[in-house]
Design a protein around this ligand. Structure first.
Ligand SMILES: [Fe+2]
Length: 291
């Protein structure tokens, strides 16, 4: 008996309930809403310009050897219907001109289908700075096939941190960077952060899709955490300055500090619903200083 061809039903990957619900939500909220506006919703969304945001962070516990290091922080591309792979690749490739020391992506590379991540992960590998290119997964990366996202990223030289820690740098100057996989709650995030903290024997920088990871990271004294996930709620009454430290409880967008630890939450590049008001897509460029 011949083996089934790839197009036969037995080869179609089984979709999770979360994937199917997300697909329905996309159809109802995006496809239908766009039809009702005669295509205007998607036209306006696609016309938004990506802004480059410079943020300077001074941290008393940042390693002196990495004083002034520049980190390009991308997040939430949501490659798919609203962010085509071609547009995503162009956005990621534009980061090369920044000349950052380290490129990080804090998850939600894809909106729904893992296969759409492939060209953008290749681009993420191409633009790696001298300290490399790092990725953590977001909730949308888990909807379809997270293993495929990890496999393709690593094949392209992007280091995926799934509750892991790495040491970057050379000549004795080491930056301890940890990354946690997607976790929904503060408690689940804390468990992952504690695990990574142990593996790294302390951390200088933590990457976590969900900013809730900062609650435990700040308790441990991790100098800097970078996150995404919120999209800045995609709606604000007025434009905010992301470089202004916020003391709000909700870790929504911009720079936050607790004790000697800081969190930066980027509003990201994409969306699962095509409406952003006073919340344009951004590439954040952080200059991290000791001080
Ligand atoms: Fe997202």
């Amino acid at each position: 008996m011949s083996a089934p061809r790839p197009s036969e039903p037995s080869e179609i990957p089984k979709r999770s309930g979360k994937y199917i619900r997300a697909k329905w939500r996309h159809f109802m909220l995006t496809v239908t809403a766009n039809r009702l506006t005669g295509g205007e919703l998607l036209r306006r969304h696609a016309a938004q310009r990506v802004e480059e945001r410079a943020i300077e962070v001074c941290l008393p516990r940042w390693p002196i050897a990495f004083d002034g290091v520049r980190i390009a922080h991308l997040s939430d591309l949501h490659v798919g219907h609203l962010m085509t792979p071609e547009r995503a690749v162009a956005v990621v490739e534009s980061v090369a001109a920044i000349g950052a020391d380290l490129v990080v992506c804090t998850g939600d590379v894809v909106d729904l289908d893992a296969e759409e991540a492939e060209p953008v992960l290749a681009a993420l590998g191409r633009i790696a700075g001298p300290l490399g290119s790092l990725l953590v997964l977001g909730n949308h990366d888990h909807l379809d096939d997270p293993k495929r996202v990890v496999r393709v990223a690593e094949a392209n030289g992007v280091n995926v941190l799934m509750d892991e820690a790495v040491m970057l740098g050379n000549n004795g100057a080491r930056l301890h960077v940890g990354g946690v996989d997607w976790a929904r709650t503060i408690r689940a995030s804390a468990r992952r952060v504690a695990k990574v903290w142990q593996k790294g024997r302390g951390l200088d920088l933590l990457l976590a899709h969900n900013p809730k990871a900062f609650v435990h990271a700040a308790k441990l004294g991790v100098p800097l955490t970078l996150s995404g996930h919120t999209h800045g709620r995609q709606f604000a009454l007025r434009r905010r300055n992301p470089a202004t430290p916020s003391f709000a409880r909700r870790l929504n967008a911009g720079l936050y500090s607790r004790g000697e630890s800081a969190l930066f939450v980027t509003v990201g590049l994409g969306a699962w619903f095509p409406l952003r008001v006073n919340c344009p897509p951004e590439i954040a460029v952080l200059t991290v200083r000791r001080g």
